[in-house]
Design a protein around this ligand. Structure first.
Ligand code: SAM
Length: 241
């Protein structure tokens, strides 16, 4: 069992891991607390030191020690960071954008800390999944976040069939290369009247939400630019706008 007391102090503390959310597009979405923590911690563990370095300088924060922590070195880097925490250093973990741990590195480090009773403090902020869900008009009483759809067609079709009669909203991340494919699959597998939300470039200059029956969304998407980042939501079969 792992039990630690939370700490909402505005000062970073020795031996504490801070899970810090950063903007998903709009720099103004950084929180005051995120800035304070990023300024104060001894080490920032980040996916890409150049991306986080650029973010810090745009925020006017001068930092310190950036350590690479990404999907290719996650296990070893997590162990090294735990050693730093155990020696009394404070660490913030960030991803390139949004909330660490959600389709981004973070989980292994947090789990390693929990196993050793090291305090883990959330510093909440933007998350593509929740900001889209809350602004979509699709049901929010319950949802399943399934990360990125698998690339293989057979696995994607198995996914849609598994959740055909799911009672809650499905929330997915999808790449610009496969968003049209996903919409075609939903139309074919779940029916033309299934309500979906395609949200592109959220909080950025070219933010677009397209919400409606998938056949209509498919027609609209045909005319839209498919560059950028996308969140895809699928409503339960019983839902109509
Ligand atoms: N951990 C991040 C979060 O919680 O927001 C998500 C990281 S995941 C690697 C990146 C995916 O999130 C993108 O491919 C896209 O599906 C979604 N995403 C991130 N930023 C977005 C944005 N501004 N608009 C729409 N989707 C976004």
């Amino acid at each position: 069992m792992a039990e630690t007391n939370g700490n909402t102090s505005l000062h970073s503390l020795p031996g504490h891991l801070y899970v810090v959310a950063t903007p998903i597009g709009n720099l103004a979405d950084i929180t005051e607390r995120a800035k304070l923590m990023l300024q104060q911690v001894d080490i920032i563990a980040c996916e890409d030191t150049r991306t986080t370095g650029a973010l810090l300088s745009r925020l006017g924060l001068s930092h310190h020690t950036l350590v690479a922590y990404h999907e290719h070195n996650e296990l070893q880097a997590a162990e090294n960071l735990v050693a730093q925490l155990t020696s009394g250093k404070s660490v913030a973990v960030v991803s390139d954008a949004g909330t660490p741990g959600l389709s981004d590195p973070g989980f292994r480090l947090v789990r390693a800390c929990r196993k050793r009773m090291l305090p883990v403090i959330p510093v909440p902020g933007p998350c593509a999944l929740t900001v889209v869900l809350c602004a979509s008009g699709l049901p929010t009483n319950g949802f399943l976040f399934a990360g990125f759809l698998p690339p293989k067609s057979s696995a994607r079709l198995a996914f849609f069939n598994k959740y055909r009669d799911f009672d809650y909203t499905l929330a997915l991340y999808e790449s610009c290369h496969r968003i049209s494919k996903a919409i075609d699959e939903i139309n074919r597998e779940l029916g033309a009247s299934r309500v979906v939300c395609v949200a592109r470039e959220v909080t950025k200059l070219h933010e677009v939400f397209i919400v409606g029956p998938v056949a209509d969304v498919q027609a609209r998407l045909g005319k839209s630019s498919l560059k950028g980042e996308f969140v895809l939501l699928v409503a339960p079969a019983s839902f109509a706008l």
